[in-house]
Design a binder for this molecule. Sequence first.
Ligand SMILES: Cc1cc2nc3c(=O)[nH]c(=O)nc-3n(C[C@H](O)[C@H](O)[C@H](O)COP(=O)(O)OP(=O)(O)OC[C@H]3O[C@@H](n4cnc5c(N)ncnc54)[C@H](O)[C@@H]3O)c2cc1C
Length: 466
Amino acid sequence: MTRTSDPYRPGDPFELEALRVALAGLDLDDGEAARSRAAADYHWYSPVLDEKLRGRRPDLVVRPRSADEVLRVAAACARHRVPLTVRGGGTGNYGQCVPLFGGVTLDATALDRVLAIEAGWARVEAGVLIHELNLAVRASGQQLRMWPSTERIATLGGFIAGGHSGIGSIRHGILADPGNVRRLRVVTLEDPPRVLELEGADIQKAHHAYGSNGIVVEVEVALAPFVEWQHTIALFDHYGDVLRFGLAAAADPALDLFQLSAVERRITPYYAGLRDRLEDRDAMFAQVSPATLPAYAACVTAMGGRLVVRGSEAELLAAGLPSATECAYNHTTLEALKTDRGVTYLQVAYPAPLDPALVARQMVRLGDEVLFHHEFSRAGGELVAFALPLVHYFDEDQLHQLIKGFEADGCTIFDPHTWVLEDGGMKQVDEAQLEFKKLADPHGLMNPGKVRAWDERVLGIPGGRL
Ligand SMILES: Cc1cc2nc3c(=O)[nH]c(=O)nc-3n(C[C@H](O)[C@H](O)[C@H](O)COP(=O)(O)OP(=O)(O)OC[C@H]3O[C@@H](n4cnc5c(N)ncnc54)[C@H](O)[C@@H]3O)c2cc1C
């Protein structure tokens, strides 16, 4: 049965049985365990999301094994008006993978083939694990330009649809910077579906859209020559010294850096595997090329620090130490949450260039309530710094007050306590993404409830409500 052309509205009934029949022969699972697993991502870092999204689950999980099977799922969901949420590794922090109104979760992890590896790029199915792709391209003497600190468990498609930047961004910029992602193949949610190719600036239409405007089935991503990055920890007497060192190191053309993550001494005790190495000091975790490691070490010393750990990732792991990757980005929050469930976090972008004096004032003002950790990165060619500070959580109002304070300092907040795409960081409607959603998801079935502009402009209902 084909429905009217009216878009799906949250709460509309849908034809699950008819969908099940249409998908006969595919890998389907509607068991309790599969449905709960498919609704779990890392939104529990936020006590706000943890409470508000509790109990939201898909009715059915489908795990397509090929792009043809994806086309069948897309056509059937469109025909029977069933909401669809795509899921990769399920490591997103904003409930991106949580289906707010049930329906189908499309688990993309069986779409994991590496299709081509050439000099400077690889073409892969979107569900490939980033770590597996890094291993696959290693044989050609290459590596990805960047990855999230969840490299071992996140998919490339999920990183592009839900992520922003990561390890490597100090060298290659953020995902949205031109050339990092070269092409996306996207399946629309129509009956019959279309297959669209996005290249160049058009990639932004589906990048960081939370899977709300098409199923990414294939990705062409840029590669860089392989470097055996040396993971290092440098200790300093003051957090301000770490930040000043970060600014100097990042700007030094003699240094080839892949990661630069500053972590203050009130956080480092959370790193269980490093406690006796960090000596109650403020730390810079970095990945440095072997060729420029001596210059890096000299720079550390010249700026009053001491290099206390160095080695390849394999060497660190063999010594029972965590890699620098897993001490950075949101792994810092994870390490804290392992022992302290009273902690949550914020995401704070600073005006460039970072002013360590501003951070010092914030540390005095916020006292023990907020513990600091900064990532140095490049975005649009500019050196930028953003913090993922830990917050000793009291209530939602506290977060609002903290956000106001950071904004009064001239910082921009990427709020990790909302499931709404625009409220998280964009703070404005991405018109190109909205237009693309009208084209690729005309019935509004993809991850419904996540795009405020769709709810308010197309459906005429308030956005951000459950
Ligand atoms: C400890 C920790 C550290 C993190 N560090 C970083 C970091 O350094 N940088 C960073 O950017 N993020 C980081 N994140 C967030 C998250 O890990 C990344 O964004 C990750 O790359 C998401 O990949 P995934 O496969 O888990 O995606 P998922 O969580 O499965 O999905 C993310 C979003 O993408 C959509 N999606 C997934 N696959 C597809 C597809 N094929 N087509 C269309 N839409 C799709 C989903 O619907 C969802 O909206 C971190 C999270 C944690 C828990």
